[in-house]
Design a protein. Structure first.
Length: 245
């Protein structure tokens, strides 16, 4: 996705916050001591070479020219998709050293609640949902910043992430704000949704609620904004387009 385009759609305060979060991602040594990124000679090598190669083939990572900097751990989480679906593995790079160093420096500024806190929106007569395909991995990291997000596989090869690390503490808030801005949440977007359309986001999931006409119209606008920012939604068969209750 094009983060500059997303920021151009954001309200001033949210744009400022997004720039701060993005600066932490790209220039972490401005916020933590450089000793956090000391060369790790004997870090964990539990992640397989085969999985690393598969991630690289998907364009999410690539071979690194240097050593692992800082304390990181690469692992997979199994996601069960539903009946008839065998599920999939989701790759996560845990930036343990950087996260620990940012504790006390970075504090989340988004009131993420338990998912039950968003259920009131199901009372709307009509709803539209969207979800980012590949989630965090739509956000491309500049080449000069990828050295902070490396890991070593079980063969001793070093790899670096090309996309926003899911295991970095600031990443969920950044992606949550991206979703709110594109969705037109009041106070987050420079051009918010019209009155009568509610906008709820939970990291990379978006839900619009209200009467059928306004929801359909605003969904089309949200899709237009997403296209302008080069955001890809999950396929229509994996989400609900517009449903009346």
């Amino acid at each position: 996705l094009d983060l500059d385009v997303v920021m151009s759609m954001a309200a001033p305060a949210v744009k400022k916050r997004m720039k701060y979060l993005w600066d932490i991602v790209c220039n972490p040594t401005r916020y933590v001591p450089e000793t956090v990124f000391e060369v790790q000679h004997g870090g964990p090598r539990t992640y397989s070479k085969a999985h690393s190669e598969a991630i690289a083939a998907a364009g999410i990572a690539g071979r690194a020219d240097g050593p692992v900097l800082g304390r990181t751990v690469a692992f997979n989480v199994f996601e069960e998709r539903g009946e008839g679906d065998a599920g999939r593995l989701r790759f996560i790079l845990g930036t343990l050293g950087l996260n620990a160093a940012l504790d006390g420096v970075y504090k989340p500024d988004v009131p993420l609640q338990h998912v039950s806190g968003y259920l009131h929106n199901v009372c709307a007569t009509c709803a539209s949902t969207r979800a980012l395909a590949c989630s965090f991995y739509q956000v491309l990291i500049p080449k000069e910043s990828r050295k902070y997000y490396r890991w070593m596989d079980d063969s001793g090869s070093v790899w670096e992430l090309h996309r926003l690390p899911m295991g970095l503490c600031v990443s969920p808030e950044l992606l949550h704000l991206i979703t709110l801005v594109i969705g037109g949440a009041d106070g987050c977007s420079a051009s918010p949704a019209p009155r009568g359309v509610t906008v709820e986001a939970y990291i990379d999931n978006l839900r619009l609620g209200g009467d059928r006409g306004p929801v359909i119209q605003w969904t089309a606008e949200v899709d237009r904004r997403a296209k302008a920012a080069r955001i890809t939604w999950k396929p229509a068969d994996s989400r609900t387009a517009v449903v009346e209750y």
